[in-house]
Unconditional design. Structure first.
Length: 245
């Protein structure tokens, strides 16, 4: 059997695990990871099957804004690698900066901006090539499957910031000028760590809200969780179909 696929679930996306036939559960503490303090992050690994493929689902993640460093934030990716995962799929909740990518939809990451000010590779000359972070072959497969399912799957650049505060309208204007299509507080460090380990990476943003200054609405984490839960079915069907390839 092929090696297991790793899936990391972001804020409000815990329901994505509902279609997984779970055979074993490992808590973050048991795996040597710090616990998550954020609502919507269960803090456990689920071993099981999805679409006929063995998967390990990381239900929740660790963030820089919780007071952890880049090494702790990416410990889950290293643990997945130790379990035999060679392709990891990262998901997150993000604000959309692109007028054509409305909230409630999904964006597949084609590239990212690491604006966290740190890296899990600090501490040595770890000069890892980042010219192709997100696996091109998998991107084509996901687009084809999305078309078959009638799912609109946007593609774009994700800007990863430290948080925990949301961005100001001026910061959003800056990010748009830099070419970002979505913004969030995770994913980029995990992608860097995965590539350093030789893993293939795919990533998806659930676009939960318009970024600051693009709507009169006040940004709220409860809205993020609710929108993520409502959009979970679409991406779960896509991941299940991809695991069945």
């Amino acid at each position: 059997m092929a090696e297991p696929v790793g899936i990391v679930l972001g804020s409000g996306l815990g329901p994505l695990a509902d279609r997984v036939t779970v055979t074993r559960t490992v808590g973050f503490a048991e795996a040597g990871l710090p616990g998550s303090s954020v609502e919507g992050h269960a803090g456990r690994f689920l071993f099981g099957m999805l679409g006929g493929r063995e998967v390990i689902v990381m239900q929740g993640r660790i963030h820089l804004y919780e007071g952890h460093d880049a090494k702790a934030v990416t410990a889950g990716v290293r643990w997945l690698h130790e379990q035999g995962v060679r392709h990891v799929t990262l998901t997150n909740a993000a604000g959309t900066l692109n007028d054509g990518h409305a909230p409630g939809g999904w964006m597949m990451l084609s590239d990212h901006l690491n604006l966290t000010g740190t890296s899990p590779l600090e501490g040595g000359p770890n000069f890892i090539d980042m010219s192709q972070v997100y696996d091109a072959e998998a991107m084509l497969e996901f687009h084809a499957l999305a078309n078959e399912q009638g799912m609109t799957l946007h593609e774009g650049v994700y800007a990863g910031l430290r948080g925990p505060q949301y961005e100001t309208p001026a910061e959003i204007r800056m990010l748009r000028a830099m070419g970002a299509d979505a913004v969030g507080m995770s994913t980029v460090l995990e992608a860097i760590q995965a590539r350093a380990l030789g893993m293939k990476v795919s990533a998806f943003s659930c676009l939960t809200n318009w970024a600051a200054g693009m709507s009169p609405e006040v940004l709220d984490h409860a809205e993020v969780l609710a929108t993520g839960a409502a959009a979970a079915a679409d991406i779960m069907g896509l991941l299940e179909a991809w695991c069945g390839l």
